[in-house]
Unconditional design. Structure first.
Lengths: 179, 157
């Protein structure tokens, strides 16, 4: 009987421990942040107009050659405004960032880039969100990291602030540069 | 007849809200409409996570409904359409995730826990029954005691 009781005590302890483990996991894990289905897959093919000049076309081939951040943004997206100065800083440091203007209209977006500066090397216009759909975008801001071959290596959902950059994205970017 | 019309009216009232997100699309066949219905109810909105894309007002759910409608009209199968969305948004968008190594616990975990629970109850019940039986056996008089008891009882008769 006492063996039984010992077993029961261990069982309860194990239950409590696993519950605590799960709770900790839950606290550190934002459920609104989905893992991307595209990690390790090539950036989808696309052909769109440039936001800066409607006569210029941008395709997937323009992204190749060097690792880059691809930032999905829009003027209707409130947190994009919070993120923008950080992106400007990164661009000044020499980080390659491309922008996808997602479900937006060009005049508003152009004004935004004039007023708040333009951190983007390529300005991809995606007014209907078709490229965004192929990328599995479900809200802005989202930031993809691609290597020089155009493979998606990481995705971050939410505002890229200084801490996120320092702790999460910068090490990955450095790794991609070193490849 | 009047009753029948009332009943019909009530039935239609019940369905009118359920079909709210269907009405913007013109399906070429009823079968397609039914398949659309099933798909938008089985797929989960990535933005507002506890809603299917039929219920959700999020722009992304709208886009997904548009894609499903387009693909149905193009004659794609349900598997192709779900595959198309899973390629972009991951298994997360399926309310019925596929059975694979990563989802084994999800599918069979609850049944395993239930079975474990029943097993524990069974073990406890059997053990208790055994110990009660042993106690009872201890309480019973041995044949020696019985003869002594009957002897004593005889003396008082």
């Amino acid at each position: 009987m006492s063996k039984m009781r010992l077993l029961a005590v261990f069982g309860v302890l194990f239950g409590v421990a696993s519950f605590a483990g799960m709770a900790l996991f839950g606290i550190n894990n934002d459920p609104s942040e989905l893992p991307s289905a595209l990690i390790g897959k090539p950036f989808p093919e696309f052909t769109t107009r440039s936001l800066d000049d409607p006569n210029v076309q941008i395709t997937r081939a323009d992204l190749l050659g060097r690792p880059a951040l691809v930032n999905v943004w829009a003027t209707w997206c409130v947190s994009c405004k919070v993120e923008h100065p950080v992106l400007n800083d990164l661009a000044k440091q020499g980080v390659v960032i491309h922008g996808i203007n997602y479900k937006d209209n060009n005049p508003d977006a152009q004004r935004w880039l004039r007023d708040f500066l333009n951190p983007y090397q390529l300005n991809i216009s995606d007014p209907k969100g078709t490229l965004g759909f192929d990328l599995g975008v479900y809200g802005a801001p989202e930031t993809f990291m691609i290597d020089k071959k155009g493979i998606i290596r990481h995705k971050f959902v939410g505002v890229v602030d200084k801490r996120v950059w320092r702790e999460k994205l910068a090490p990955i970017y450095q790794e991609l540069l070193d490849e | 007849m009047k009753r029948f019309i009332y009943a019909l009216g009530l039935t239609m009232a019940c369905f009118s809200s359920a079909q709210a997100s269907i009405d913007t699309y013109e399906f070429s066949t009823q079968a397609e409409r039914d398949r659309y219905r099933v798909l938008v109810e089985e797929l989960r909105c990535p933005k507002c996570q506890n809603q299917n894309i039929a219920d959700s007002d999020a722009p992304i759910a709208m886009d997904m409904r548009d894609e499903i409608f387009k693909k149905l009209e193009e004659g794609e199968s349900n598997e192709q359409i779900v595959g198309y969305l899973v390629d972009r948004y991951g298994d997360f968008v399926r309310y019925k995730p596929p059975v694979n190594n990563r989802t084994l616990i999800l599918w069979y975990g609850p049944a395993a826990f239930l079975a474990f629970g029943f097993l524990m109850v069974a073990v406890i019940v059997i053990r208790r029954r055994r110990s009660v039986r042993a106690e009872l056996a201890e309480q019973q008089l041995s044949s020696e005691e019985k003869t002594r008891l009957s002897d004593i009882l005889k003396q008082y008769k």
